[in-house]
Design a protein around this ligand. Structure first.
Ligand SMILES: [Zn+2]
Length: 597
């Protein structure tokens, strides 16, 4: 009997004393070597072997990046500091052979020298942590909470992150502690450590914290005012904002690369002189895009995108909704917030539409396939991409515009795509608390539009047909006309570097391809004369069907003579104008409304 009680007591004590959790320490002792030091204390593990892993990708950026390539030796010790055996068992996993005791400590250094929104970076000016590339997880413990202690380098005074602080004060050893409820949250909160400019603003009842690294021509007062307008416009779409606080980390660099979305934060990488003129509008559009994602993809999401599988590609054919609808709204929100006039907005929309329909790949790759294959195609573009692929960003935005027009017409100018977004947010995120399948999304769309979408999907989502833009946009007050016509074309695009002209792309089926020209060919002369890029492009643009061009070409240092003809090529193109019909004008006003003055 006594033995029995002792055993129960021990079980209870084990349960209380050894709750499973992983606590991390992040240090940056010598930033000039670009290494973060990570210690992961794993408590409450009773099995004999512990498997720890580092993600192979960062959610929101659909490419396997093999973050483990930046890790040096991984070591582990037990409670008493005794070294444990660590075996590498796959490209991103380590097995630790455990001794007695329920706690182990895993240590490793991470080389961080790639400053993008989805990778990590450290030098003497700042540190940036994109969680998936730095923090390992314990297999089977991703749902456990824990603590992160950040020890900034002595020259760094600030930490900007959306991760909740464990307390307000900085510890005696200089560290600041944060808490996370599960691994997803830990790696969904990027961390900026340095001497960044910090400020905040309140919009839509939410406190927004901003940390800006790097020199730039920004004005804090302008950003507070303009970012607040974008936040208000985005919140208006959904009628509510699910966050209490939100964090923007902004990197001002020479060549900005865009942003990455998170549940209650984002990181933006922008050109340091982006904060004036038209470029500033582009910056605000990026703010709108990433902010809109806090709903669309972080909460409204395909079932495949959360909880995540960090070890493999997470395939979904719905990126045309996640990225495409977000791209549609990033411009629409600027119109609604008063940064575009109606005509400026329509010019933007039709430029995207003509880009989509004018791409040879639009007749080859359906947008659902473009989404699914993002991992191997969109994120790995090459010289043939324009022939074979379409961007789910622009094509998805055009589909969103089509659906918006259909909904406005169906509901007589009383509802728009906003209402559908609210509906799907409520149904899946709020009520079901999960993502949707491709089929469920289609059914929701059909229910909302009260029509069967089989043909629409076959033609435009899983097919590559050109939509009947005139009849679609006529519903919302636009007269659209097809204005594509055959023009003489060689189908060859050029680039120039150091005075050398090379072929950068060849349209499939073009006369350039017929004549045997290849990408990377250096073009030295044409019809007996030396050429540079400008003169050759001038020639390409002035040819007539039937002309012949004799090119002197160097390929792999050998000279060749290549003769190419000129054939007609019709690139699909559309024009638009506002119609005068009173009813559709009213719908147009509703569609292109400005809500923030
Ligand atoms: Zn996006």
């Amino acid at each position: 009997m006594l033995k029995y009680w002792t055993s129960i007591l021990l079980t209870v004590l084990t349960f209380i004393g050894f709750a499973q959790e992983a606590n991390y320490k992040l240090k940056m002792q010598r930033p000039q070597n670009h290494y973060f030091q990570v210690e992961m204390a794993v408590n409450g593990v009773n099995q004999e072997e512990v498997i720890v892993k580092l993600p192979v990708w960062a959610p929101g950026s659909y490419l396997v990046r093999e973050f483990s390539r930046n890790l040096d030796l991984v070591t582990a010790v037990d409670d008493k500091g005794k070294t444990l055996e660590v075996q590498k068992i796959s490209k991103n996993a380590w097995k630790i052979i455990k001794a007695k005791g329920a706690n182990i400590k895993v240590s490793y250094d991470v080389y961080a020298f790639e400053l993008t929104v989805r990778t990590s970076f450290l030098d003497l000016t700042h540190g940036y942590v994109s969680g998936p590339s730095v923090f390992m997880y314990v297999d089977g413990m991703k749902d456990k909470p824990g603590k992160l202690e950040v020890y900034p380098y002595e020259g760094f005074s600030k930490i900007t992150t959306a991760m909740p602080k464990a307390g307000e004060s900085v510890a005696k050893d200089g560290s600041t502690s944060f808490v996370y409820k599960d691994y997803d949250q830990l790696v969904d909160c990027p961390i900026e450590i340095g001497n960044q400019v910090e400020f905040s603003f309140t919009a839509a009842g939410v406190k927004h914290n901003v940390g800006i690294y790097g020199t730039g021509n920004f004005s804090v007062a302008d950003l507070q005012k303009d970012m607040a307008r974008i936040v208000e416009a985005a919140t208006n779409v959904f009628g509510q904002n699910p966050n209490k606080e939100y964090t923007f980390i902004i990197h001002n660099v020479q060549n900005g690369q865009g942003g990455l979305e998170h549940v209650n934060s984002t990181t933006l990488s922008v050109n340091r002189f982006t904060y004036s003129g038209n470029e500033y509008i582009g910056f605000l559009s990026l703010v709108a895009h990433e902010y809109f994602h806090l709903w669309n993809v972080k909460r409204i999401r395909p079932v495949e995108l959360g909880p995540f599988d960090y070890d493999n590609e997470n395939y979904t054919s719905l990126l045309w909704v996640m990225e495409g609808f977000t791209s549609y709204y990033d411009e629409l929100l600027l119109l609604r917030a008063g940064y575009y006039t109606k005509s400026e907005y329509l010019r933007k929309l039709f430029s995207a539409l003509n880009y989509v329909e004018g791409s040879p790949g639009a007749r080859v790759q359906p947008v659902a396939h473009a989404s699914f294959d993002a991992w191997v195609k969109a994120y790995r573009p090459d010289e043939n991409s324009r022939n074979t692929t379409i961007t789910y960003y622009s094509k998805g935005a055009v589909i969103a515009a089509i659906l918006d027009a259909k909904i406005i017409a169906k509901y007589n100018g009383k509802k728009s795509l906003d209402d559908f977004m609210q509906h799907i947010y409520k149904t899946y995120f709020v009520e079901k608390g999960r993502g949707f399948s491709e089929d469920e999304f289609k059914k929701e769309l059909e229910g909302f539009l009260k029509e069967n979408m089989d043909q629409f999907y076959a033609d435009y989502i899983n097919g590559t047909k050109i939509p009947d833009y005139n009849s679609i946009f006529a519903e919302v007050g636009l007269t659209v006309e097809y204005i594509g016509e055959p023009i003489p074309s060689v189908g060859v695009s050029l680039s120039e570097s150091g005075g050398i002209v090379t072929v950068s792309g060849i349209r499939r089926g073009s006369s350039g391809e017929d004549g045997g020209l290849s990408v990377n060919d250096e073009i030295i002369g044409c019809n007996g004369f030396r050429v540079d890029k400008r003169s050759l492009e001038g020639l390409f643009n002035s040819v007539e069907v039937g002309d012949k061009l004799n090119l002197l070409v160097a390929r792999d240092q050998e000279l060749y003579s290549v003769t190419i003809g000129v054939s007609p090529y019709e690139q699909p193109k559309f024009s638009y104008e506002l119609s005068n019909a009173a009813k559709t004008q009213k719908f147009c006003d509703y569609w292109l409304r400005t809500v923030i003055k």
